[in-house]
Write a protein that binds this ligand. Sequence first.
Ligand code: NAP
Length: 331
Amino acid sequence: MRLLVLGGTKFLGRAAVEEALARGHEVTLFNRGQTNPELFPEAEKLRGDRDGDLSAMEGREWDAVIDPSGYVPRVVRAGAELLRRSVGHYVFVSSGSVYAEPYVPGYDETAPTVELEDPASEEVLRDYGALKAACEEVVREIFPDAHTNVRAGLIVGPHDGSGRFTYWPLRASLGGDVLAPSPPQRLTQFIDVRDLGAWMVSACERGVSGTFNATGEPMTLGSVLEACGISQPAWVDEAFLLEQGVGPWMELPLWLPAADEAFLQMTVAKAVAAGLSFRPLEETVRDTLAWARETGAELVTENQYGTAGLDPAREAELLEAWRRHSVTLAR
Ligand SMILES: NC(=O)c1ccc[n+]([C@@H]2O[C@H](COP(=O)([O-])OP(=O)(O)OC[C@H]3O[C@@H](n4cnc5c(N)ncnc54)[C@H](OP(=O)(O)O)[C@@H]3O)[C@@H](O)[C@H]2O)c1
């Protein structure tokens, strides 16, 4: 298969490219050459900016395109229109953030999505979900019978610069008392980047068409921490953590408070029926930790989403405060 990837050198696109090359496909990367340009010497590289200079893709043909770098409908439209007659299938990386609140446990692809208040908005940080939903519409319109809109949940694993999962394997490796948000049975949900990348390549190979939730099956936080090697965390009440101003999701990763936790319970039955499969969690943990150590990834990381991870000094203070609080309650 001749596969075009719009991007392909950071995280999810990178995993898809690795998989496509391993399967013997002919891969072309289109990007600006700014992010890890040394990767994939065996792939063809076309240079350009998808916001304004698409000329390097003109007059070329591919069997499929994977688009992990589309955030703004105007930009996605320009690329999709150029590729309309020269590409057989379009895989667009969207997000579970397209769904509107309130989330209902087990929600599927028919659940309501958010809409842009201002259709001209290009404020990606503010309107991320609504912009992704609008990008999906563009792809559906231009490739009506040959598109895969991939509504990804949290993506984790090696090369994840966000720190939103890596925190736990790294924290486990440091030992000591590990603060965790109770109860242990709370559900969380994510997917190994390599499983999602592989499924997107398969979607291209098989022309899997439609809109798909694409993340892992929900798992209890207790079982995830156990797989990370944290068998007896110090479970601290969610209400206490919120009172102390601990930030869910970012400061204490994989945790969403009860009011929002249904967000982490999307059903992935449709994608699983279309071939999405999952490696064992232990493999994800092991490889993420190995990557984090190799690259010197920090427990607390600054990234485009904010700061991820609980600072160890704050964790110790919180644990002490929780113990005092529990003693007071017991009296
Ligand atoms: N992380 C999560 O948990 C999560 C959850 C849900 C959905 N998602 C979605 O998953 C996707 C993640 O993708 P990724 O960043 O890992 O993909 P990637 O394809 O590995 O990396 C982004 C690529 O886009 C290229 N790029 C950026 N701006 C460009 C431009 N103006 N013109 C051409 N190329 C450009 C970059 O190269 P250059 O800089 O060299 O141009 C880079 O190769 C995103 O769509 C995100 O919204 C992520």
